[in-house]
Write a protein that binds this ligand. Structure first.
Ligand code: SF4
Ligand code: SF4
Ligand code: SF4
Length: 187
């Protein structure tokens, strides 16, 4: 199955998003960073709105959800902590800090939710937490391509936006995440 595309902040579940988005381009026009682009393909995602962090991430300014006329993006989603786009992962075998003793905190420094979505374990090891919303800024700025951003998995994208926001809001009550919530990939 093809990887789900990373949608703009506040997107409805994938099925609903594809049904609701009329491809009017208003979210694209509202984005000051040119982060939102129509997907180029000949499958069901053709011309649907996506974000490709490796090219241009979302900076979580939250200007796009309020302009969507169809609720494909939830107009009430104006808090960056509820953007709920996906989750970033660190590829340990590529990250400086896990390998060659070079200290790098670029991802941590640039995360819009620094200290919540991204923490420095022991003061120097970057870790994503469940508060990560998948904006992809950390992927974009990593100098050694050690981060990948993955859209909300299908089990999350198939539940309602309301439920998603409720879950995210619950997660964000904890500003210091438990160790079990830390996200890295070791492969
Ligand atoms: S939140 Fe801001 S930066 Fe992100 S896609 Fe929407 S308008 Fe662009
Ligand atoms: S503003 Fe809404 S309906 Fe228009 S292209 Fe963006 S997501 Fe689709
Ligand atoms: S950890 Fe990365 S993807 Fe997650 S919110 Fe921060 S910059 Fe965005």
């Amino acid at each position: 199955m093809a990887q789900k595309l990373l949608r703009p902040p506040g997107a409805a579940s994938e099925k609903e998003f594809l049904a609701l988005c009329i491809q009017c381009g208003q979210c694209m026009a509202a984005c000051p960073h040119n982060s939102i682009k129509p997907h180029r393909s000949f499958n069901k995602n053709r011309h649907s709105m996506e974000i490709e962090p490796a090219k241009t991430p979302c900076y979580l300014c939250m200007k796009c959800p309020p302009v969507c006329p169809t609720s494909a993006l939830n107009e009430k989603c104006t808090d960056m902590r509820q953007a709920n786009m996906g989750q970033a992962y660190i590829l340990e075998k590529h990250c400086h800090n896990f390998n060659n003793g070079v200290m790098c905190s670029t991802c941590y420094d640039r995360c819009p939710l620094r200290g919540h979505a991204m923490v420095l374990e022991l003061g120097f090891i970057p870790r994503h937490t469940d508060a990560c919303v998948g904006c992809g800024v950390c992927e974009y700025v990593c100098p050694v391509n050690a981060i990948v951003t993955i859209a909300s998995p299908s089990f999350e994208s198939d539940i309602s936006q309301e439920e998603n926001l409720k879950r995210k809001s619950e997660r964000n009550k904890n500003t210091t995440p438990p160790t079990g919530a830390l996200k890295t990939l070791t492969t």
